[in-house]
Each structure stands twice: as C-alpha cells, then as structure tokens.
Design a protein around this ligand. Sequence first.
Ligand code: IMP
Length: 179
Amino acid sequence: MKDNIVIHGLTFRPFLSRQQIAERANQLGQRISRDYQGKRPLFLAVLNGAFIFAADLMRACEIDCAITFIRLASYEGLASSGQVKTVIGLQEDIKGRDVIIVEDIVDTGQTMSQFMPQLEQMEPASVALASLLVKTEALECEVDIKYTGFEIPNKFVIGYGLDYDGLGRNIPEIYQLAD
Ligand code: IMP
C-alpha cells in the first residue's frame, strides 16, 4: 500500500488495506449465505461505486444468488447534492424477490432513504441493504443497514470502487482524505 496518493491535487492517506477489506467482504458473504439459506437473493449493485464490492461480496456467497445493476446519482465532487436521480432504471422484475442492495458507502443516507421506499413499491419479498462503508456521524436520515462493512469517520475516501471526480476507483485499497 502506497504512503500517500494525490488525486486532482488532494492528498489521500492509507486507511483500509486489501486484506482488511477482503476479510470483511468474506464475513459479510458468509452471514448473507446463512441468513438467506434456501432462498435465492438478488443483489442490486449501485453503480458506479459498488461494482468492486459487489463482485467480492457475491463471490463470498455460498448460496445461489443473482446480480443486477442500477445507477443513482446524488453526488458531485466532495459534497452530497441531496438530489437523487435514477439514471439507469431497474431492468429486472423484483416482485417476490429477496433483494440485497449493495452500496459502496452510506454518507448522509439521502440516497438510500429515498431509494429504498421506491424499491418497496415494486413488491419484493424483502429488501436489505449491504454497505461496505458507513459514515455514521454524517447520517442525516434513518437508513436500515443490515450488513455494514466498516463504520468510518466523516472524511472523504477513495479506492476499491470509490472515486473522487472520476479517479481512484482502480486503487485496490481505501485511502482517506488527509487533514
Ligand atoms: P449519501 O446519499 O449522502 O448517503 O451518499 C451516497 C453516495 O455518495 C455514495 O453512493 C457515493 O457514491 C457518494 N459518496 C459519499 N461519500 C463518499 C466518499 O467519501 N467517497 C466517494 N464517494 C462518496
């Protein structure tokens, strides 16, 4: 893991290693496998940020499961805009399915608190949220997060799918904005 990474002039410091992330993704995958025994959950991965976590989480699941992708946008640069737009709609019929939304990070909680009720209207059998990261101190809305990877401080992070203005998603570890 490199010491520091500079993206668009901002310095980011090492925060979570590949091993820490892999271990946590495996633990969550095993929990999901137990909780959904005898079921066939549908992972709903939120693009772009969750694509790497969703791939690792799905591979850690030992039960039959499926995946589909949606895109929501509420973020520009370093601050949440609070606006939620569905850019790529849901192709799959989720009626009667056990849906597990896969998010990279819950920050203010605006995105999920608006999206989860929309999803409920499509009559899935159940909806659960798995988020790799949760900025607990930044939460402004009530969001029911069933599977949390790490609770983290309210600082901007990049890597492992998370970006800063389009860059940093390919970094295998997670880095945090330096003070
Ligand atoms: P929320 O609606 O404020 O909870 O924001 C959720 C979305 O904001 C996430 O899916 C990310 O795309 C983005 N986001 C929030 N915090 C960060 C961060 O620290 N790094 C990168 N993206 C973030």
